[in-house]
Design a protein. Sequence first.
Length: 183
Amino acid sequence: MDFAKLKEQLTELALLEEVVVEVPAAPAEGEGGAEGEAAPVAAEVPPAEERPAISEPDYKAKGFHLDVKVEADKVVETAKALDEQGFFLEAITGVDWIKENQLEVVYDYSCWQPLCRVVIRARLDRGAPEVPTISEVFPGANWHERETHDFFGIKFSGHPDLTPLLLPEDADFHPLLKDFKAS
């Protein structure tokens, strides 16, 4: 696994997010360095549209090496890139961001040699949560996607069989949504 190549591929697939960056103000007249020394100049900050949603969190604190946010239509391409680098799929789950009216699909991938864990995230509209299946790239995703569909109602388009895995076949509810009310 080539970490630099992987990071480059995932950066190209990552969605672009707006990042608010505070640029330090130039020091006032008389402030700054020693006499005759030029005042420090603030570094240029690239505009938000140039910032891919990829980060390298502290592995000891978070348990993964890369965290990448992608558009839903990029999850298959992302899965292929990780598969080509020798990664396997650990898990797929959902997160209900009820206040933002969104659901998030979270894919956890790992590689043993060298150890590398990658998290891929895709946000979806809560009213019509749909993302393409990755089960053609990682056949084991079939079960993870069925479970995520059961509990969050996320539809995995192109999935060969989204029948309930853990809930009753006639279930018309998704118990891990934050607005779910048990009767």
